[in-house]
Write a protein that binds this ligand. Structure first.
Ligand SMILES: [Zn+2]
Length: 158
């Protein structure tokens, strides 16, 4: 009896991927309604990218489009360097999106960087030309940046 249990577990874990996906689908991360609403305000390429990302790396979309009042508020708070009209968040649909790993820990910068690396890798795979707010000049270094916006991703082909 005791010996049969490990072999049953082994069989489940080695199922072919379509059947395996069925068994493990309940544990796959998904956006909550607020994240979906924010992502719906973004360009289809950003939607395609982050709908893919969330299946592998749980995350929350904290901002999509930003109107004038909201943009001026984040500028005054020092959270953005852009006035209204200068940020890709101000486009309709939004060409920028702010996404954080879930559950978010704002002190855990390593996790933000790990998440960004995952996003950038998936973006290449999906053919989405995107830039991360932790590496504005896209040289793969963060230490040379004067302003880090860790949740920020924006499209470059626009
Ligand atoms: Zn942003």
């Amino acid at each position: 009896m005791c010996l049969s249990k490990p072999s049953q577990v082994f069989v489940v874990l080695t199922l072919p991927s379509p059947l395996g996906a069925f068994f493990f689908r309940d544990s796959m991360p998904a956006f909550n309604q607020r994240s979906r609403d924010n992502l719906d305000q973004c360009h289809p390429d950003l939607q395609r990218l982050f709908n893919d990302v969330v299946r592998h790396f749980d995350c929350s979309v904290i901002c999509g489009h930003r109107g004038k009042a909201e943009q001026e508020a984040v500028f005054k708070a020092g959270k953005s360097k852009a006035r209204f009209g200068e940020s890709k968040h101000n486009h309709v649909p939004s060409m920028a999106v702010d996404v954080v790993p879930y559950p978010v820990d704002w002190q855990d910068r390593e996790r933000f960087a790990m998440f960004a690396g995952f996003v950038l890798g998936r973006a290449i795979e999906l053919g989405v030309n995107v830039r991360w707010g932790g590496d504005w000049d896209r040289d793969t270094k963060t230490a040379d940046e004067t302003f880090l916006d860790m949740p920020h991703f924006e499209l470059m082909d626009c």
